[in-house]
Design a protein around this ligand. Structure first.
Ligand SMILES: Nc1ncnc2c1ncn2[C@@H]1O[C@H](COP(=O)(O)OP(=O)(O)O)[C@@H](O)[C@H]1O
Ligand SMILES: [Mg+2]
Length: 222
C-alpha cells in the first residue's frame, strides 16, 4: 500500500448547536482498497462522507487529500478528484434534462463537443438512460434519479468515489448492473468508499469493511 488517498486525523464534527456526531476519528483510505462503510442509522456515516469531500469542515482535526491539508482546498478543487453521490440523489440533480445533467460538468471543464457527446452517450448506455435522455429529471422515479446521479458523478472520471447508499431505490437487476460498473472502475484503479447496508452488494465489492457506531469506528476489517 502506498500513500493514503484520503486521511482523517483526529477529526471531530458537530452540527451547529448540537452535540458532536463525530468524535476524534482517524482513518486512512487507500485507492487500492474498495472500502465499505456500514453501521446503524444515525451512526455518522453520511456526516463522515461529507467531511471526506469537504462539504462539511471539521471543527477539530484535519482531512488530508493526496497529501495536502484540504482546509486550504476549495470545494471545486476537491470535487475534481473525489466524486460524491448524496444519500438523496434528488439533492444533486438540477439540469432541465437527463443528458444535460450528465454533460453539464464536462462543458465546464471545456471538453470538446465530440468528447462530450461520446462520453454522454456512453454514460446513458451504461446506466440504461438512453430512452430518457430528454426527460425532465424531476419526473424520474427514485431508481432512475439514482442512476442519473451516479452517471453524472462518474462521467467526470474522478480518481476516488464516495457513494452514500447507492443501491437505494434500485431493483436486483440494477444493483447487479451498478455493482458490475463499480467492479470495472475498481479494475481501472479508481478508489472507492461506499456507504451501504446492502450486504450482497458490499460482499461482492469490498476489500475492507468499516463499521461505525455513535460517530466512532467500532470495527475495521480487511
Ligand atoms: N443537518 C443536521 N443537523 C443536525 N444534526 C444532524 C444533521 N444531519 C445529521 N444530524 C445528526 O447527526 C447524526 C449522524 O447522522 P448521519 O451522519 O446522517 O448518520 P447516518 O448516515 O449513519 O445515518 C444523527 O444523530 C443525526 O440526527
Ligand atoms: Mg446516512
Amino acid at each position: 500500500m502506498i500513500e493514503p488517498y484520503i486521511e482523517l486525523d483526529d477529526v471531530s464534527f458537530a452540527y451547529e448547536r448540537c452535540a458532536p456526531v463525530i468524535g476524534g476519528l482517524s482513518l486512512k483510505l487507500y485507492k487500492e482498497q474498495f472500502t465499505a462503510i456500514t453501521g446503524p442509522n444515525g451512526s455518522g456515516k453520511t456526516t463522515l462522507g461529507k467531511i471526506m469531500t469537504g462539504i462539511l469542515r471539521p471543527q477539530k482535526g484535519c482531512v488530508i487529500i493526496c497529501g495536502r491539508d484540504s482546509a486550504g482546498m476549495k470545494l471545486g478543487e476537491i470535487g475534481q478528484r473525489i466524486g460524491y453521490l448524496f444519500q438523496n440523489p434528488g439533492l444533486q440533480i438540477f439540469a432541465p434534462s437527463v443528458q444535460e445533467e450528465i454533460s453539464f460538468a464536462l462543458g465546464l471543464k471545456g471538453c470538446s463537443k465530440e468528447e462530450i457527446d461520446s462520453r454522454v452517450s456512453r454514460s446513458l448506455r451504461d446506466f440504461d438512460l438512453t430512452n430518457l435522455s430528454d426527460a425532465f429529471p424531476f419526473k424520474l422515479s427514485r431508481g432512475e434519479k439514482q442512476r442519473l446521479a451516479i452517471a453524472a458523478v462518474l462521467v467526470n472520471k474522478p480518481d476516488f468515489l464516495i457513494l452514500d447508499e447507492p443501491t437505494t431505490g434500485l431493483d436486483m437487476e440494477r444493483r447487479r448492473a451498478l455493482s458490475d460498473i463499480l467492479l470495472g472502475l475498481k479494475e481501472k484503479g479508481i478508489g472507492m468508499a461506499v456507504i451501504s447496508h446492502d450486504r450482497v452488494f458490499i460482499d461482492r465489492l469490498a476489500d475492507r469493511t468499516i463499521k461505525m457506531h455513535g460517530g466512532e469506528i467500532v470495527e475495521d476489517r480487511t
